[in-house]
Design a protein around this ligand. Structure first.
Ligand SMILES: CC(=O)SCCNC(=O)CCNC(=O)[C@H](O)C(C)(C)COP(=O)(O)OP(=O)(O)OC[C@H]1O[C@@H](n2cnc3c(N)ncnc32)[C@H](O)[C@@H]1OP(=O)(O)O
Ligand SMILES: CC(C)C(=O)C(=O)O
Ligand SMILES: [Mg+2]
Length: 556
């Protein structure tokens, strides 16, 4: 794809950048968060939210902990206007939450905006006009001076309307399309607006520098923010805000670097809904901080519930790979990852770790309302013994000997491979039961008794497929050995190296004992069986019969 004629970089690197901020390692405190879901997110929906939907979404944002919420563009539509009136008239805005409204720098739109704000205790009024080269030339066809005049005339009118309207208003200005604007022109226009508003430290102005369309790598945007922060007039009385979009897939990186470079506030949306590729995703930003031990001061402790409301109201989908929220982002299918996670979880339990360091899981899924079971380890043909064993242990309390885990791992993997589908833990359990547990064919254990306890002489009643029950007897150096010897003699088989393990069931019926037995056939292959019974010895005998049955089946 030859493109050097068609495309060129459209952003403006500032004349100076210290890159000092690159030495900061992480973000040590959260910015002022402003949700723009109900405005930028809403304006990007196929069908914008209706009044009831906006009210419910607003409540969710409040519950998450947003203290600044851009509730809409009141001059845009009747719904937007009525929504704002409803919030105000029904007193639905908590005292510690400030609503924000967006307006173009056009007289009738500004007046309508203030009309919608009547009775609001406080609000941010957000004025914008576009400043990039492309917008000035193609859309507005105006000189730089004329573009500044659009901004300052709007700023004047905001001041006047605020004086005429009862309420406590804070002003915000955005040079829309900032990233395609010559940096010194962006500075000029912001300073001109600030000259009109005359901010003070008690009454600061928000200057919001949007990556309306993201055009550069993140360090360039951050350098632009650093430059603006250093050279802006009234800096102590300005809250420097970011509004990244995600056109290059770097919205989060843009915001993080720009915060390091001096920004104090971030506008974004849940799961990054917004125009085109979306606004920056606040969930990711906040939980990235959380994963560094910093409290983001937003509550995402029940992400599944938030997703359910989000998807219902926006009719958008949270993708499976969406950071933190996606259905599969804590899931390992692959064997080595599962093995490491299972071992990490065990380590954590054994060492009673406070610090989270489980491999492959950047945060504890439980912290955001995700379950371990069914979420983290899921089984398909890429899976291995570690994960499969972990699931059996977690859900059914079965702690298989390591070699049996391996045997079962291949067994499960083959089933998944043949079916070409994922296996649920219940299906895995069924495979386990059918493959190993209390097998009765070709030879069934009926009962046993000792004829001589000292010599471990035993009589066992067995029943072969289609035959009547018979008694067989044997002796050995232990009870199980005696039974095993009787069986080998009767069935004319030999095996050695009995691997044996038993435990009480950790889940479900705790009165059950579980035994696992592996027998090594003459050709070196190990055959496994499992027995369950209220009596521990009987569970061992059943395990032995199961292992022997597997050997007999394999030998035809
Ligand atoms: C990057 C962003 O997300 S910005 C926010 C964008 N959001 C929205 O636009 C959603 C809500 N918007 C609307 O409902 C409508 O656009 C309205 C009600 C605001 C305005 O509607 P209309 O006046 O009918 O149409 P429209 O938006 O096309 O107006 C374009 C005119 O406004 C001018 N204009 C656009 N933005 C601005 C601005 N911020 N300040 C001043 N003038 C502007 C254009 O240059 C154009 O001028 P022209 O009439 O001289 O050609
Ligand atoms: C209105 C402005 C801030 C905006 O949404 C953008 O530039 O993306
Ligand atoms: Mg935007």
């Amino acid at each position: 794809m030859k493109n050097d004629q068609k495309y060129a970089r459209g952003y403006f690197m500032p004349p100076e950048t210290s890159l000092e901020w690159t030495k900061k390692e992480y973000i040590t405190e959260p910015p002022i968060w402003c949700s723009v879901d109900l405005r930028d997110g809403n304006q990007a929906l196929v069908v914008p939210m209706n009044l009831e939907e906006k009210l419910e979404y607003f409540q969710m944002l409040v519950d998450i902990g947003f203290k600044e919420i851009e509730v809409g563009f009141p001059a845009a539509s009747e719904t937007e206007f009525t929504f704002l009136r409803t919030l105000i008239e029904q007193n639905l805005i908590p005292d510690d939450v400030t609503i924000q409204v967006l307006t173009q720098s056009r007289e009738h739109i500004i007046r309508k905006t203030f009309e919608s704000l009547k009775g609001a205790k406080k609000a941010v009024v957000h004025l914008y006009n576009s400043t990039s080269v492309a917008q000035r030339e193609q859309v507005f066809r105006k000189s730089k001076e004329e573009i500044i005049a659009i901004a300052t005339s709007g700023a004047e009118l905001l001041k006047q309307c605020a004086e005429e309207t009862e309420g406590n208003f804070q002003f915000q200005y955005s040079p829309e399309s900032f990233t395609g604007t010559e940096i010194d022109f962006a500075l000029d226009i912001c300073n001109s607006v600030l000259d009109v508003w005359q901010p003070t430290t008690d009454n600061p102005v928000i200057i919001n520098l949007p990556a309306t369309v993201s055009m550069s790598m993140p360090h360039v945007y951050a350098s632009q923010i650093e430059y603006m922060s250093k050279h802006m007039n009234y800096r102590d009385s300005v809250i420097l805000s970011l509004h990244p979009h995600n056109d290059r897939g770097t919205g989060v990186a843009d915001a993080e670097l720009a915060m390091l470079a001096g920004a104090q506030r971030v506008e974004g949306t849940l799961f990054g809904n917004g125009e085109r590729t979306g606004n920056v995703d606040i969930v990711t930003l906040a939980l990235n901080m959380y994963s560094h031990g910093v409290d983001p001061q937003l509550r995402f402790d029940n992400i599944p519930a938030i997703i359910a409301v989000y998807e219902r109201l926006t009719k958008m989908k949270v993708g499976e790979r969406q950071p933190y929220g996606g259905e599969l982002v804590f899931t390992a299918f692959s064997g080595s990852h599962q093995d490491a996670i299972a071992k990490g979880m065990k380590w954590r339990e054994e060492k009673e770790c406070v610090h989270w360091s489980v491999p492959y899981l950047p945060i504890d899924p439980k912290d955001i309302g995700r379950e371990y079971e069914g979420d983290i380890i899921r089984i398909n043909s890429q899976s291995g013994k570690g994960g499969i064993g972990y699931l059996l242990q977690q859900k059914y309390g079965l702690d298989l000997p390591p070699l049996m885990r391996e045997n079962f791992g291949y067994c499960v993997k083959n089933v998944s491979d043949q079916k070409q589908q994922e296996l649920l833990v219940e299906e895995i359990y069924d495979i386990f039961l059918n493959t190993y547990v209390n097998l009765k064919s070709p030879v069934e254990f009926v009962k046993y008794r000792y004829t001589d306890d000292d010599d471990f002489k035993t009589v066992v009643t067995i029943k072969s497929d289609g035959d009547a029950a018979i008694d067989i007897s044997g002796a050995g150096n232990g009870r199980l050995d005696a039974i095993s010897n009787a069986l080998q003699a009767e069935l004319d088989i030999t095996y050695s190296d009995l691997v044996y393990k038993e435990h009480a069931l950790e889940r479900g019926s705790k009165s059950q004992a579980v035994s696992y037995i592996g027998v090594t056939a003459a050709d070196g292959v190990v055959y496994w069986g499992c027995g369950t019974d209220v009596d521990i010895m009987t569970s061992s005998v059943k395990a032995l019969f199961s292992a022997v049955n597997n050997l007999l089946r394999a030998k035809g």
